[in-house]
Ligand binder design. Sequence first.
Ligand code: ZN
Length: 315
Amino acid sequence: MRNVYPIVPHCICYYHMKQNLKKEAPKCGDILQLYKLAAYSYKTKVCDKYLTDISNIHCRAFDYLVDVCVERWSLAYCPEKRYGFMTTNIAEAINSAAKEARKLPITALVEFLRDLMQKWFHDRRKAANKGSSILTDFALEHVKSNQEKSQLCVVQPIDYTKYVVKDNEGKVWTVDLESRTCTCHKFDLDMLPCAHAITVCRHTRVLKERLCSDYFTTQWLQTTYAPSIHQVPHPSSWVLPEHVWVLQIPLKVRCGSFEGEHNCKKDEGEYTVSEVLLKAFSSFSSLGTSAGTIFSLLTPHSERIPYVTVWDPLQ
Ligand SMILES: [Zn+2]
């Protein structure tokens, strides 16, 4: 991961970490609850408090959480923004949609994913273009919820950008409009105004939308899904360099041309082209893809491919 994405921190999904923690501390609901509170904490001090509670109850669970590295699963300690999103829902959605297709040869899998992206981009573009407000529905809901919490807060200005906000429990917070931060850290990490920042907005008549990250605007959402995903054109129109003429399939495949297939040697664990096709047909029949499509995917230039290259990804 570090080699492929050197500047991206490798964070861990809250849900999957929790599943691992269940094995370290079986039948220990208190630990899971404390872990959730630690993971979702906006302040490092609060996260530390819950970690200490865990260490007092279950040393092995504590060691596991620290060994994995707190920065990878904690919202407060994450070196980059998680925007409050602690689970990998996007990756899970793709994994779930491609559950059956993952059994297919790589070219068929790539075509399946392209087809999926075409549909998702179209549906989301259509939904995004219906948006008429500055913020997305998600951001509007978030701001609305914080606006309700802000009703009983009181503001005391420090200077033109910094304000002290006292909430209904008597707690005091400092909001800085210039740096878009609040001592509750929700404004900083969510990139959307917290209840205290919204209180300042009301006091100063600054628009709440001005304090939201561009990522949460309808315009940004529309731009994200603006590109169209097209069909792969007919193989006859492809312009391919010579080295691509040799097709690589991430299965143990070795054989000659279709005409000479009966002459090829087959070892254990290897498949002939016809067997690969058979596997693809059976897998794709449940996905509603035609046999003709599979054939064109696996044999884009069958007349030019003398051999299907042996490539074992495990070696
Ligand atoms: Zn705040």
